[in-house]
Write a protein that binds this ligand. Structure first.
Ligand code: UD1
Length: 446
């Protein structure tokens, strides 16, 4: 039987928590290292299994990769690789002159994000074969925009025998307008375009902070990228890049999870390691629900110059608030389950619209088993808050759903058993330890 968490309801979280680098950034930064021969070092990496899994993908392409520190996973589950002398949170990638351009299913199948090696391989090798990945069960997640963007640069792209396959004689800059600001497509096209001939403009690009982080690293490597974090990216191709050292941006999803955990337990939590303006939308919703949200030194939470910490305090019962998930800077789909859990115990009703991933409401069935009063219709959900949820055995279906269920368990009577917690471990380093340090009674068993 796989591991599960036993979550006792009723605790009030109180204290400080430190958040490491973003999962959704570090995996792309590791892929970007492929663009330059030599040794690239990435720091502030989160100690989650996806990092060594990505290291395996890169090793399969011919790189030597060292992952520092305790990965927070049992030794039996740890992918191959010699123990490292590197400090925790540091990854060192040595990229050879000649890369293999084929990432097979054995390495890629466990990690949806490994498709981000497609762009770097096309840029560096002008060919790629990347097995289609597994990953979160949150919708169909096609790659049409990734392929269309690379085709616009002159590549032949197809899906063959369960892999996305690309080849090109040359890559030439182009003007690309994305139908939807897809995070993954923006990243892959940007990473191919940095080594293309001439200028690429990506319009309707995704604006997520993790894309700005990737653009910053590419610039440090010698790429000419302007507009990272805005909806127009301008990339002037260069013949080659050089390795670099880069610090991963803090994980706003983990930080946002702690913000909601504080609110749902009517506690006070100071979150360090993430600038609050990267969470403006969810923090404003939390304030609407009755929480007090303060940035370091009393700065405005929307101020880009505010420090890397903020405090959320909730006294009394939260109020229901409506929210709509959208690409950044809208409300992030990855925090929808946590906000949903809060709505389930809020006073009054909340109306939720999910615009990004169609299957995100799968976790609602689990919340209903905990007594939540919810009705869904397509990508809409209406929630009538209850004073308290009722503990039950529940199953995590993806990283964020799992975290949302843990939060729901904190607000339930009795002990909630959250199963399939390997999903949660993929996104939340030291989650149980941090919860316990903040005063929750949570145990990992099995
Ligand atoms: C990334 C994040 C994920 C987050 C999501 C949206 C990583 C590893 N994952 O996922 O945590 O929830 O952004 O903020 O960074 N789509 C297409 N065609 C494409 C590409 C995407 O139709 O070619 C659709 C997807 O099915 C989805 C929507 O666009 O419905 C958003 O996807 P995208 O922004 O690409 O998300 P990911 O990069 O997969």
């Amino acid at each position: 039987m796989s591991e599960r968490f036993l979550v006792a309801g009723g605790a009030r979280l109180d204290g400080e928590v430190h958040v490491a680098g973003a999962k959704n950034s570090v995996l792309k930064l590791m892929a970007a290292a492929l663009l330059a021969e030599g040794t690239t070092t990435i720091t502030n990496c989160p100690e989650i299994l996806d990092v060594p899994l990505m290291a395996e993908v890169l090793r399969g392409l011919g790189c030597e990769v060292e992952v520092g520190g305790d990965l927070g996973v049992p030794p039996g589950d740890r992918p191959a690789g010699a123990p490292s002398e590197l400090p925790a949170g540091t990854v060192r990638i040595s990229v050879p002159t000649r890369l293999s351009s084929s990432a097979d299913f054995a390495a890629v199948g466990k990690l949806r994000a490994s498709v981000c090696v497609l762009g770097p391989l096309m840029g560096r090798c002008r060919s790629a074969r990347v097995a289609l990945p597994g990953g979160d069960a949150i919708g169909s997640r096609p790659l049409d925009m990734h392929q269309a963007g690379l085709r616009a640069l002159g590549a032949d792209m197809s899906i063959e025998h369960g892999a996305v396959v690309g080849s090109a004689q040359t890559l030439t800059g182009a003007h690309i307008v994305l139908e939807f600001p897809s995070v993954g497509a923006t990243e892959n096209i940007m990473m191919a375009a940095v080594l293309a001939n001439g200028r690429t403009v990506i319009d309707n690009a995704a604006r997520e902070p993790e894309i700005a982080d990737l653009a910053d690293m590419l610039v440090q490597m010698g790429a000419r990228v302007e507009g990272g974090g805005t909806s127009t990216l301008t990339i002037d191709g260069v013949p080659e890049l050089h390795p670099t050292e880069h610090r991963t941006v803090g994980d706003r999803m983990v930080a946002g999870t702690w913000a909601y955990a504080a609110a749902i337990t009517r506690g006070t939590v100071t979150v360090r390691g993430v600038q609050p303006h990267l969470l403006s939308s969810p923090l404003e919703r939390l304030a609407g629900a009755g929480a007090s949200v303060t940035a370091e030194g009393g700065a405005d939470i929307r101020d880009g110059a505010a420090g890397e910490s903020f405090t959320v305090e909730m006294t009394g019962r939260p109020r229901g608030v409506d929210f709509i998930t959208l690409p950044y800077p809208g409300f992030p789909t990855d925090l929808q389950p946590m906000a949903f859990a809060l709505a389930a115990v809020a006073e009054g009703s909340s109306f939720v619209t999910e615009n990004v991933f169609e299957a995100r409401f799968r976790f609602v069935e689990e919340l209903i088993r905990m007594g939540a009063d919810v009705r869904t219709d397509g990508h809409f959900a209406a929630i009538q808050g209850r004073e308290q949820l009722s503990s039950a055995p529940v199953w995590a279906s993806d990283i964020r759903a799992g975290a949302g269920l843990v939060l729901a368990g904190l607000a339930a009577d009795g002990q909630t058993e959250v199963n399939e917690v390997w999903h949660i471990d993929r996104g939340y380093p030291h989650f149980v330890e941090d919860l316990v340090a903040l005063g929750a009674k949570v145990e990992r068993v099995g």
